[in-house]
Design a binder for this molecule. Structure first.
Ligand SMILES: C[C@H](O)[C@H](O)CC(=O)C(=O)O
Ligand SMILES: [Mg+2]
Length: 397
């Protein structure tokens, strides 16, 4: 029997988009995601009220398109904006054009090692992730298979979600299994701030009852001492996990924090970590209980598979940072990813709205906190690019 050979990759293009999902919070005024959230910049009073004030939204969205010789287009949406477009067009595209889309391992290896002298983490890995996701989308479209089939198939019939947002009480009504709140006050706001954090948690616990999961997302804002005191005070209010409490570079701090938190409370981190090597460090140093790679930032699906295998062997759960279909197709295929995150992008947040609007069309959203695996049954990642949005291609090659 002859082996089917797929059309080769003809062209790689990179675009920017402003506003909406995948942009690192380029949201309008009054959105919960930009309302006095504790960050590493909160030590400067002038940057405390809004993350946009220190530039969280400067990059904007990256859209990568990969076109095959037969005209089929795979695409992906992640963070990185114009600088990532430059990297994709001027550097990475050469490792794809003229190649078969089945060669994703070699392509990833060449993208990573050719950029290693200026890459390894952050923006460059965002760009590599965007290309890798677009490649998997193209492969699925050419093979007429959903990505989750190519990753080994579903290990369960549905995905179950917790919601991230400022209103876990509403998330409970909407059917989610838990609610992860942004932490509002960091160490620079002293003991008063710490007390305000605990009051917020206690109020939310009173609203949601004893069994609903409540977690805190600390977005790298704390130090080990503050995080330890916060965790101890939060324990009596049933905090399930403390997330990204300190700098992602401080592996030693995470190791200490994991030892310090009360028994039963989980330490989670990893959304700003990248590649198998970064996650190996987190796991070998026993920094956390759950790793949270973002598929669009950690190296894409090709790298996530390696990270996840390491985690499985180390007995750690992998619950990717909210990245919509890009994580759903992965989570549904892995036993050590028993639930998923849904990032509430409604400003309230009091309604379930698509995470990557307006860029994606056909993005499934949880109903009663769940998405059926069969909702992913479409070629590639199962979504289309909304061609009505204003896309800008700053560079060509
Ligand atoms: C709400 C958090 O500060 C952040 O914007 C999202 C995040 O870290 C998460 O969903 O996890
Ligand atoms: Mg987080």
């Amino acid at each position: 029997m002859a082996i089917v050979s797929l059309p080769k990759i003809k062209h790689v293009r990179a675009f920017t988009v402003r506003g909406g999902g995948a942009d690192y919070h380029d949201q309008g005024a009054g959105h919960w995601i930009d309302d006095h959230i504790a960050t590493p910049m909160s030590r400067y009073p002038e940057y405390r009220q809004s993350r946009q004030s220190f530039g969280i939204n400067v990059l904007g969205t990256l859209v990568v398109e990969i076109e095959a010789e037969d005209g089929t287009i795979g695409f992906a949406v992640t963070t990185g904006g114009e600088p990532a477009c430059y990297i994709v067009e001027k550097h990475l595209a050469r490792f794809l054009e003229g190649r078969s889309p089945t060669d994703y391992e070699k392509i990833w290896d060449q993208m990573y090692f050719s950029t290693q002298y200026y890459g390894r983490k952050g923006l460059v890995i965002n760009a590599i992730s965007g290309v890798d996701l677009a490649l998997w989308d193209l492969l699925g479209k050419l093979r007429q298979e959903p990505v989750y089939h190519m990753l080994g198939g579903a290990v369960r019939d549905e995905l179950q979600f917790y919601a991230t947002g400022a209103r876990p009480d509403v998330a409970k009504e909407l059917g989610f299994i838990g609610g992860k709140m942004p932490l509002h006050h960091g160490p620079a706001e002293g003991i008063e701030g710490l007390k305000k954090n605990i009051v917020e948690l206690a109020d939310m616990r009173a609203k949601v009852g004893p069994d609903f999961w409540l977690m805190w997302d600390c977005w790298m804002a704390l130090d080990v001492d503050y995080a330890t005191r916060l965790a101890i005070a939060a324990h009596e209010h049933g905090l399930k996990w403390i997330e990204e409490a300190i700098s992602p570079d401080d592996y030693w701090g995470y190791q200490q924090l994991k030892r310090n938190v009360p028994t039963g409370m989980l330490v989670t981190t990893g959304e700003h970590e990248a590649t198998r090597w970064g996650f190996r460090m987190l796991m070998e140093m026993d920094c956390c209980d759950i790793i949270q790679p973002d598929v669009g930032w950690c190296g894409g699906v090709t790298e996530l598979l390696k990270i996840s295998a390491l985690a499985d062997a180390a007995g750690k759960m992998v619950v990717p940072h909210g990245s919509s279909v890009y994580s759903y197709h992965f989570v549904v295929t892995r036993h050590n990813s028993p639930f998923a995150e849904f990032l509430m992008m409604h400003p309230g947040p009091t309604e379930v709205v698509p995470m990557f609007a307006p860029q994606l069309l056909g993005e499934p959203v949880p109903e009663n906190g769940k998405i059926r695996a069969s909702a992913l049954d479409a070629p590639g990642f199962g979504v289309e690019l909304n061609r009505e949005i204003a896309m800008h291609r700053p560079y060509t090659h």
